[in-house]
Design a protein around this ligand. Structure first.
Ligand SMILES: C[S@@+](CC[C@H](N)C(=O)[O-])C[C@H]1O[C@@H](n2cnc3c(N)ncnc32)[C@H](O)[C@@H]1O
Length: 230
């Protein structure tokens, strides 16, 4: 018998105890019956939950690795850079719910098509934006001010991309979550040095670092940097 309980720290997030005792985060499916990436759907008490895989989503990994506060909450607007086919963005859509909104930016047309068919066609709180996150001015007419920017682009200039988008779209006091892939920044440097450099880029851009989470064993050489726009 599967047990589900709401997280007392993160509104919109639940914890599922699977048979065998393993605990996984989960979200309430905003598109009942629809799977996005082969995740397990479970129905408890008439509510359908999507079990959230920390090996497929750095946000789920962050939750399991000691995230202190989840900036993504019901009703908020989120700009998601590097949305890919929507694995993590679909859970973000579940969490912000019908009163919130997710702008999903992706520059690869093939994965954007998957994002549209797997996620956007089933959810009215998600908009696809085919664009390069390095050029936020090109999609500024499509995006309103947001409460949170979540970024996972795996690019060498990832810190600068986040700062440029924050300046254009993020509300003062808003939050950012940056998934840093150390090897994308500089293949020759040690991950910890790479994280320090990205932290410095964010600070210079006016972001106050709140937490840095190393995502092993779910993602090797990845960290999540959580910051606030001052
Ligand atoms: C690691 S994947 C994202 C996975 C996704 N965040 C998830 O958890 O479901 C990185 C994605 O960022 C996209 N990307 C990389 N650079 C980009 C850029 N400059 N603008 C927009 N998308 C970009 C890639 O095409 C790729 O789909």
């Amino acid at each position: 018998m599967v047990k589900v309980k709401p997280s007392d720290k993160f509104p919109g997030v639940y914890f599922v105890e699977l048979e065998g005792g393993q605990v996984r985060p989960a979200t309430v499916n905003l598109a009942p019956g629809v799977k996005v990436y082969g995740e397990n759907l479970i129905v408890v008490g008439g509510v359908e939950y999507r079990v959230w895989d920390p090996f497929r989503s750095k946000l789920a990994a962050s939750i399991l690795k000691g995230l202190e506060s989840l900036p993504i909450k019901p009703g908020l607007k989120v700009l998601y850079l590097g949305v890919a086919s929507g694995t993590t963005a679909s859970h973000v859509s579940d969490i912000v719910g019908p009163e919130g909104f997710v702008y999903g930016v992706e520059f690869a047309p093939r994965v954007m098509r998957e994002f549209i068919s797997r996620v956007c066609e089933h959810r009215s709180n998600v908009a696809p934006i085919l664009a390069d996150a390095r050029m936020p001015a090109l999609y500024s007419a499509l995006v309103q001010e947001v409460d949170v920017i979540y970024q996972d682009v795996a690019q060498p200039d990832q810190g600068k991309i986040l700062v440029d988008n924050a300046r254009m779209f993020l509300a003062r006091g808003g939050w950012t979550m940056l998934a840093v892939k150390a090897r994308s920044v500089n293949v020759a440097k040690e991950p910890s040095e790479v994280y320090r450099r990205e932290v410095a880029t964010l600070r210079e851009g006016g972001l106050r670092i709140e937490q840095v989470i190393h995502l092993e064993p779910y993602d090797v050489d990845h960290a999540m940097i959580i910051a606030r726009y001052e």
